[in-house]
Design a protein around this ligand. Structure first.
Ligand SMILES: [Cu+2]
Length: 145
């Protein structure tokens, strides 16, 4: 009697293990099928969103704009711009004559040769006058408000 009992118990344990094992395998297959179905549609739009977002911002949640000013024919184009605080202004020298940017009481760029770029981020409200240090008659104004 005692021996039979142990055998029965052993059978029950084996059977239970097999059932558990089966459930585990089914569970894994089920999960994997679900994954394969849900990954593609869910992740694609998210990736696209973050790519677009990354292009617009350089730091933090607030988007930072960049305004471009061309230097051409001894002129800043446009010569007067109005921007919001924390906007980056980017000057590009588009002619063969070297120029530079002197923002009065703020900063001064290197000499910009053809194709060179100078960027400055205006964080504080105010009116900023600037000129070319090489050709002082070239003038411009940045209004931050
Ligand atoms: Cu100049």
């Amino acid at each position: 009697m005692g021996g039979m009992n142990i055998n029965k118990k052993a059978n029950v344990v084996i059977l239970a293990s097999l059932i558990l094992f089966g459930i585990l395998i089914l569970g894994c297959i089920g999960k994997e099928t679900q994954k394969a179905q849900s990954v593609t549609p869910q992740n694609l739009p998210q990736d696209n969103e973050s790519l677009t977002y990354g292009n617009k911002t350089s730091s933090g949640a607030e988007s930072i704009e960049t305004i471009e000013i061309k230097i051409k024919n001894f002129q800043f184009l446009p010569s007067v711009i109005t921007i919001r605080p924390n906007t980056i202004v980017k000057w590009t020298n588009e002619e063969s004559v070297p120029h530079n940017i002197v923002i009065i009481n703020v900063t001064e760029s290197q000499t910009l040769r053809n194709g060179d770029v100078f960027e400055y981020k205006f964080e504080i409200k105010g009116t900023y006058e600037y000129h070319c240090g090489i050709h002082p008659s070239m003038r411009g104004k940045i209004i931050v408000e």
